[in-house]
Design a protein around this ligand. Sequence first.
Ligand SMILES: [Fe+2]
Length: 442
Amino acid sequence: MKDQFKYLSGFGNEFTSEDSRCPGALPVGQNNPQKCAYGLYAEQLSGTAFTAPRGENLRTWFYRIKPSVCHGPYEIVESHCDLTHEWNKINPNPLRWSAFVMPTRQESPVDFVEGLHTICGAGNSNIRHGVAIHVYMCNASMKDSAIYNADGDFLIVPQLGILIVTTEFGRIQIEPGEICVIQQGMKFSVNVLGPSRGYILEVFDNHFQLPNLGPIGANGLAAPRDFLTPVAWYEDREVDFKVYTKYGGKLFVSKQKHSPFDVVAWHGNYVPYKYNLKHFMVINSVSFDHCDPSIFTVLTCPSLKSGTAIADFVIFPPRWSVQDNTFRPPYYHRNCMSEFMGLIEGRYEAKEEGFQSGGASLHSMMTPHGPDDKCFESASQVKLKPERIADGTLAFMFETSMCMNLTTWAIESAKLDDSYYKCWEGLKKQFDPDDKIHVTRT
Ligand SMILES: [Fe+2]
């Protein structure tokens, strides 16, 4: 379906936008006039401390029909228990989930908020340090309701179904192969066109950034201009509206008498954005050996520890593989970071069976992982020539420096693959002290 919405281009830009129905809604030369045009209210949304360094300071000014403060009291939502920070199941095993089960037509419709399930997490949003990984499975649009996340930022990765995300800033359409980031505090509502499923990486510490490029130079990986932010769009609807908030790992709701998507104009650099993963410029070895997967980083949320991410969003896109004298699939690995993988479509090269699109795997801190026996056998024997890999496939990884513990839902309700460990059982002993064929030095 063609994306019908309009966007502004660039990552981290200072944008201005006003709905064309109200020209001149944006004040010129100041933020907070005594009387705003069209009888609008001015409201600032701060995404960093007021005093954050200029290069990191994020905020947006809204010009809206009613200020956000016009709402009833927050009440806890008791019925929704799968969105949680109660990740108290500690499990070092390599874990793999079959495709997360969609709601069926026989059940009552499930919208985006109702369809949120937390798989794992670490840390504590109260002290703004940690991550969480969720999935959503839904089949209905949110009706006269919105949500904002007080705990952190959502990076949303659709796997099935188009999402139309209405935000205070305007409307975004994303489909599998695209992502969007809705940062802390931004109200949004999700419409779906059919059954929809996807993954969400949530970070508490900081906002996502483009990774530094180092010796790669000024260009490569995700280009800033390919990140798209919606243009201002408002609705003037006085209806009973529910605004949910994820606050301290729990869901609360407040009621109000108007749509929160009433922003007629806005300006600032604290914005939601989308990105098409097809635009990612892949860097890789063209001589020998295997680069670390950090070459595939789309976005990173840095920690205070140099070079160490709270979480990276990494993709494994279609590309050429050309290395000589190299075992080309991902190497066998033990990592001080935790690796959560999902599959948007296709078949992942290191495990062609068992890793399903719409499913996931988790290799948490120092849990060994790597290619299965079939992959090892074929990649060790194959005659090497330049070849396309991952065509028709899009796998991704949420890599975090934290130790990921699991929720009850992830262990007891989602479909864990009990036989996952068996995919390495067939790896044979290869050792032969008399075999000198591959000795490179004597
Ligand atoms: Fe790894």
